[in-house]
Ligand binder design. Structure first.
Ligand code: R5P
Length: 320
């Protein structure tokens, strides 16, 4: 692929492997920048490529350590803006803090909105994100947000499994639309679990609407964080007679005791993408598979650069 030489793609320190793959897709080298620390721990970024008048992209996921990666992104954006980049796009494969998008109780922040404000204030002209926890998050920005989906990569993989008796189970009510789209892509039946979140680490599953007995169950979500949602749902569908259980999610956060829970859950395969680098403990799980979303991100960057449509990359309607 040939692309104009006025494009630069830089990597924050959260996910250099993904940035490398994106640049391979684009056929350009990763932009040169030094990310260092002053003795007191403060970060300093020095952009070593000339970016004056260039279309710049910074790839940074909001994964652990999330606060550090966010501050680094802000510094990177400021650095490129002050170096006279023509346009700066924050490429955020995993948007941390996205789940803090409303006040569930009094005297709490809306941190997703705060982070959005900071990204725009630091100098982003656009944002490119993937599988935001809620599509409405785009409205937290007053700059253009292109919202990508990992679904084509995940469904392509699940098609190769040739499930004989597939039921796509939505592990909670919030995922029904996603599950319905998987049913369309993979020709299965749909079932829904009624989930109740007890706290940030524990969930309780109630009734299942739909049949899972003697079925190959596939459960998909945007994120596996503590894995409470997936593991509790997997136990329930197993108890109700599922033959096999596969789970898929765009963002493999694997927080807290997620790995331990996944080891003990009746799950045959766990599929995530590389929006977040796989934690070493997660890589040891015998049933984990990581798919890359680098081509989707690379294609979107190419299209932003050449003012082509992003939505036409996806067959399913954007915005869920
Ligand atoms: C919920 O709204 C989300 O779609 C996920 O189900 C949830 O955030 C996953 O979190 P955990 O893995 O901690 O249950």
């Amino acid at each position: 692929m040939t692309i104009h030489n006025d494009i630069k793609v830089f990597s924050g320190s959260s996910n250099p492997e993904l940035t490398k793959k994106i640049c391979e897709y684009l056929g350009i080298p990763v932009g040169c920048a030094k990310i260092e620390r002053f003795p007191d721990g403060e970060k300093i970024i020095k952009c070593e490529d000339d970016v004056r008048g260039k279309d710049c992209f910074v790839v940074q996921s909001g994964c652990e350590p999330v606060d550090e990666h966010i501050v680094e992104l802000l510094i990177f954006l400021d650095c490129l803006k002050r170096a006279s980049a023509k346009r700066v796009t924050a490429v955020i494969p995993y948007f941390g803090y996205a789940r803090q998008d409303r006040k569930d109780e009094g005297r709490t922040p809306i941190t997703a909105k705060l982070i959005s404000n900071l990204i725009a204030t630091a100098g982003a002209d656009r944002v490119l994100a993937m599988d935001l926890h809620a599509a409405q998050l785009q409205g937290f920005f007053d700059i253009p947000v292109d919202h990508l989906f990992a679904e084509p990569v995940l469904t392509k993989y699940f098609k190769t499994k040739n499930f004989k008796h597939l039921t796509v189970v939505s592990p909670d009510v919030g995922n029904i639309k996603r599950a319905a789209r998987y049913v369309e892509h993979l020709n299965g039946e749909l079932a829904i679990i009624h989930k109740r979140r007890l706290n940030s680490k524990e969930v309780q599953c109630g009734a299942i609407i739909g049949a899972v007995k003697d079925r190959d169950v596939l459960m998909c979500d945007d994120i596996i964080s503590t894995a409470g949602t997936m593991c509790t749902a997997a136990k329930l569908v197993k108890e109700q007679g599922a033959i096999s259980i596969c789970i898929g999610a765009t963002h493999g956060v694997f927080a807290d005791k997620a790995i331990e829970k996944l080891k003990n859950a009746p799950i045959d395969e766990i599929v995530v993408t590389d929006t977040i680098p796989l934690k070493p403990e997660a890589a040891k799980l015998p049933n984990i598979k990581v798919l890359t979303v680098s081509n989707i991100l690379g294609e979107a960057i190419k299209r932003i650069h050449s003012n082509e449509s992003i939505s036409s990359m996806f067959k399913c309607p954007l915005g869920q």
